[in-house]
Design a protein around this ligand. Sequence first.
Ligand SMILES: NC(=O)c1ccc[n+]([C@@H]2O[C@H](COP(=O)([O-])OP(=O)(O)OC[C@H]3O[C@@H](n4cnc5c(N)ncnc54)[C@H](O)[C@@H]3O)[C@@H](O)[C@H]2O)c1
Length: 424
Amino acid sequence: MPNNKLERIHSDSASTCKLCQMEMDSIHERLDMKMEEIDILDTPRRSFSVHFPVRMDSGKTKMFIGHRVQYNDARGPTKGGIRYHPELTVEYLQNLAFLMAIKCALVEIPFGGAKGGIVVNTKELSRGELERVTRAYIREMSDYIGPFKDIPAPDVYTDEQVMVWIMDEFERIKGEHVPSIVTGKPLALGGSKVRKYSTALGGVYILEAALNELGITGSDIKIAVQGFGNVGKNAARILHEKGYKVCAVSDSTSGILNEKGLDIPAVIEHKSRTGHLMDFPDAKEITNKELITSDCTVLIPAALSDQIDLENANNVKAQIILELANAPTSSEASQILLGRSVLVIPDILANAGGVVVSYFEWIQNLNQDYWEEEKILEKLRKKMMTAFETVYPIYCEEKCSMRRAALQLSIERILEAERLRGNL
Ligand SMILES: NC(=O)c1ccc[n+]([C@@H]2O[C@H](COP(=O)([O-])OP(=O)(O)OC[C@H]3O[C@@H](n4cnc5c(N)ncnc54)[C@H](O)[C@@H]3O)[C@@H](O)[C@H]2O)c1
């Protein structure tokens, strides 16, 4: 059995799928979808598994299983992460691949959706074994992936080093340089500037657009951020730099609050020096639960799924929830918040900045180019704003959740591509 951390990380996107499923019936009805359209959306184009032997450090050979799902490629080559997890199944990956197709359509990047990975607990592998397992998986997959077929990226328990091994093995097989085979690489090997904080920054662009739409302005805007990892810390940092009052932040151990606003660079320094948020001077200690219901204008869950639930949804004080984590709001809580007119900006829109900059990395690689930071920032802003400006009117007109509005838009785009190809 995996430990709790493994299980938890693995369940986040499953919750997103559950939330999307909840909205599907009303979308089918609203778009007056025919059975053949529902079928084409419900069916992954390719799902396959490979079995491969790897020599372990002990000298013994062990068999591994890898999967890849290429869900829908009507809008372009499929794109999606490679996840290493002991409980990975094809069915689970199908859900994640569907969400990737939805996200890419929402921010109008010319990709379909994919997801894959290996059934393995990386904590049980040495670095050498991890490299050999990765390379063996890519040897099995090399005919089915490619810059114009299917482009992998990092996901749970894979990182930029794993992406380099994937690229290197693929290039050895093809006998040429192909950096565009994978995104999420280090800068020195064709990675993109901004990628490390693109998810947080994309979310901040969307948040500012939402504040503007709701007419919420001024120095009284209070922000609470749950999670202080890659996404949460960068979101807090960017918002602080923009002059917002970030009043509360938390990590897995505890939270801190200062109603006048925290000095975020000092909090970052404190956390990197001590390893925790506790004992930060000039702040009150709070629990993660207290952060969710703290007195704030904007709540940014950026850690785990199902943090806003049946128990606390009625006590949320924020007017806007920016879902930077995947599925931080349970399905029951979503209904309550909709009833209370709290604007929930759904994960599929709020955290899409990461895949947008991955797309930019792919373009840079195809053109053997490196873009300056300013160019990437401007293009990211434009992509995120366009998505928001298209989804928001649907949300207002249809008086539905913003998640439903976003899903509806993506589905229309995928179906349009299928129609133009003559598949419908
Ligand atoms: N990294 C990306 O580009 C990206 C893109 C899309 C979605 N996401 C989603 O954003 C979320 C965060 O990702 P990340 O890359 O920042 O992960 P991370 O591992 O870097 O950080 C996770 C943070 O959450 C904190 N945390 C763990 N348990 C907690 C708890 N019970 N309460 C409060 N905080 C807790 C950890 O201490 C850590 O600070 C995940 O849901 C992830 O799927 C990330």
